[in-house]
Each structure stands twice: as structure tokens, then as C-alpha cells.
Design a protein around this ligand. Structure first.
Ligand code: COA
Length: 215
């Protein structure tokens, strides 16, 4: 195997433990991947703010991540992303990509929303290329987003997703703190993560950026 390539999951075989990558704690910020007991390779994952050069690749990642088998049209997340980019709610600091050895494998966007009249954030879409899922790329994107949003002084991030996944990042059912979903049917899948500047008075209905209305 070429030492500089990023192996897709199908490359791994005969592993004595689950194949994949491990986030490393050393300063090189590399990811160690392994194909089995006798082979180890380090590839670099960089999580960073999107640049104009990344726009097309970020879209492709979302299309691939949300593609449903047999679907003939691109997923709604693609035009949603396009519309978000060109609306007032776009926050450039919060369009974040994950790159593995110069290949964009993950993307997440968080845009302006409101709880009542209070500015807050709505996260989504988040997507990771299918062959790179389950290896911590989503985890890295989520932590980068939460950290960046906190640093920007935002009080709260809301999202619609599986509690099984997002609880690990501190998301809780929005109703726990008096924030109501745009659709009541979303139940506990509509979640919030409070940040440093959150105050308990921030309660009421959550409103996403306008392009979400068309989804
Ligand atoms: C959801 C997604 C962004 C997570 O990224 P990832 O890199 O695969 O995630 P990580 O490697 O950090 O975490 C993997 C864990 O997430 C869990 N997970 C992934 N998708 C999940 C889902 N939809 N519901 C619940 N858990 C999920 C996996 O089971 C795994 O759990 P474990 O750690 O307990 O084994 C990615 O799987 C993806 O792009 N999915 C398709 C698009 C999508 O559904 N986006 C989210 C919509 S809310």
C-alpha cells in the first residue's frame, strides 16, 4: 500500500480489532490507522474553516453522505446547503471541513437561528463520506463546531438528529430548557447544546434560517 494514500474501509482486512483510525493526542494531530496487527500508518486529519476552494468538495461530501440507495435525485441537503450559503444567516466561521491527506471527507455547517428573538445557532447539515464514517470524523467536526460557536459567544446550538449520537456532545432534548422545536413531531430528536453565554431566560420557539422552511 502506498504510504501516502488514505485507505478506504474496504482496504482493511484480517484485522485483529476493528479497522479504522484513532485520534491521537500528540501534537502532530495525526490519525493512526491500522489494517491488522502488522501494519500501521499515520495519516493527518485537519479540521478547519472552509475556504472558497472547498465549496464544491464540501457539497459533494453532503451529497454522498445523504444519498439514499436507489435515489435518482440529489438529497435535499444539497440545495439546502446552496441556499444557506447565499442567505443572510450564513456564518463563514461555522462552515467547517475535515480533511484527510488533502481529501475533504467531512463537512458541517451551522447557521443563524433564533430562540424567540434571541440569536442562536442551528446546526446542519453534517455529513461524512460513507467510506470514512464511523472513524471519528463526525466527532471531530462536532467538537470543532461547538468550540468555535462558544468562542464566537453564541449561547446555544440546536439541531435535529439522533439523541444516541448527539448526547455524547452534551446535546439534550430542547424542551428540557424550554426551547420548542419548529415541529412538535420532532420530539426529543430536536436537541440543544448550551454554551458559555447561555442564560436560562433564553426560552421559546426555535427558528431556523429561512432555507430550512423549504426542506
Ligand atoms: C452522522 C455522521 C455525520 C457521523 O459521522 P461519523 O464520522 O460517521 O461519526 P463518528 O465516527 O464520530 O461516530 C460514530 C458513531 O456515531 C454513530 N452514528 C452515526 N450515525 C448515526 C445516526 N444517524 N444515529 C445514531 N448514531 C449514529 C455510530 O453508530 C457510531 O457510534 P459508536 O461510536 O457508539 O460506535 C455520519 O455518519 C454521516 O454523514 N451520516 C449520514 C448523514 C447524516 O445522517 N447526517 C446527520 C443527520 S442529523
Amino acid at each position: 500500500m502506498d504510504g501516502g494514500s488514505i485507505p478506504p474501509s474496504s482496504t482493511f482486512s484480517n484485522a485483529s480489532r476493528s479497522p479504522g483510525w484513532l485520534l491521537r493526542s500528540d501534537p502532530s494531530a495525526g490519525i493512526r490507522c491500522w489494517t491488522g496487527a502488522c501494519f500501521e500508518q499515520t495519516v493527518s486529519m485537519i479540521v478547519r474553516r472552509e475556504t472558497p476552494a472547498d465549496v464544491a468538495a464540501a457539497r459533494e461530501v453532503q451529497v454522498a453522505a445523504f444519498h439514499k440507495q436507489g435515489a435518482t435525485h440529489e438529497p435535499v441537503e444539497a440545495p439546502l446547503l446552496d441556499a444557506l450559503r447565499s442567505c443572510d444567516s450564513w456564518i463563514p466561521e461555522l462552515s467547517i471541513i475535515a480533511e484527510l491527506d488533502n481529501t475533504i471527507v467531512g463537512h458541517v455547517v451551522t447557521t443563524r437561528g433564533f430562540v424567540g428573538d434571541t440569536p442562536a445557532l442551528g446546526l446542519g447539515p453534517i455529513g461524512v463520506l460513507p467510506t470514512f464514517q464511523g472513524r471519528g470524523v463526525g466527532l471531530a467536526l462536532m467538537h470543532a463546531t461547538i468550540g468555535a460557536a462558544d468562542a464566537l459567544g453564541e449561547p446555544l446550538i440546536a439541531l435535529l438528529g439522533s439523541p444516541d449520537y448527539y448526547a455524547r456532545f452534551g446535546f439534550i432534548a430542547s424542551t428540557t430548557i424550554g426551547v420548542t422545536a419548529p415541529q412538535t413531531a420532532w420530539g426529543n430528536h430536536f436537541q440543544v447544546r448550551t454554551l458559555t453565554t447561555y442564560r436560562s431566560e433564553i426560552r421559546g420557539p426555535f427558528t431556523y434560517a429561512t432555507p430550512f422552511d423549504g426542506v
